[in-house]
Design a protein around this ligand. Structure first.
Ligand code: ZN
Length: 158
């Protein structure tokens, strides 16, 4: 009886696996080099740290705004900088305006960034890790005015 139950269970699992081949494949391939992070209407990211394995040649960060407020009121972006540059980049972003995603155009201190999104929107950025040094201190932040005090986290590579 217990053998039969096990067989049924195994069959059910197998059936599930067969039913979802594309999802299973996606999960297996689910690149440890791809990350998702979301922001909300309470000015928070859902992650405080992102760890990128040293083997990743490139990284993709997808930012989802899980809230409802528009970008003008509660916009979020994802910006990667050397930790030493957090305050300077956040301050520079203050005056850059939404049309520039609250980042000075061409700012070399910005290592990677998404555009600013509002509630329900998603944006992503893919960049080569050749711009990063293993073990260096990086920080990600939102440069929407006033957000970086709460919306920042640690980014590790290698
Ligand atoms: Zn924000």
């Amino acid at each position: 009886m217990s053998l039969m139950r096990n067989t049924l269970a195994a069959g059910a699992l197998l059936g599930l696996a067969l039913l979802l081949p594309s999802q299973a494949h996606a999960a297996a391939a689910a690149d440890k080099c791809k990350f998702e992070i979301s922001g909300n209407d309470l000015m928070q990211y859902d992650k405080q740290e992102l760890d990128v394995p040293g083997g990743c040649a490139q990284v993709t960060i997808t930012l989802h705004h899980a809230g409802k407020l528009p970008a003008q009121a509660m916009g979020h972006n994802w910006v990667l900088v050397n930790s030493a540059d957090v305050v300077a980049v956040a301050n520079a972003g203050l005056t850059a305006g939404l049309q520039n995603n609250y980042l000075p155009p061409g700012d070399k201190r910005v290592l990677a960034s998404t555009k600013v999104v509002g509630g329900g929107q998603t944006a992503s950025v893919t960049f080569a890790t050749s711009i990063l040094k293993k073990g260096a201190a990086y920080t990600f932040l939102c440069t929407f005015p006033g957000h970086n005090a709460l919306m920042r986290g640690t980014f590790k590579f290698g």
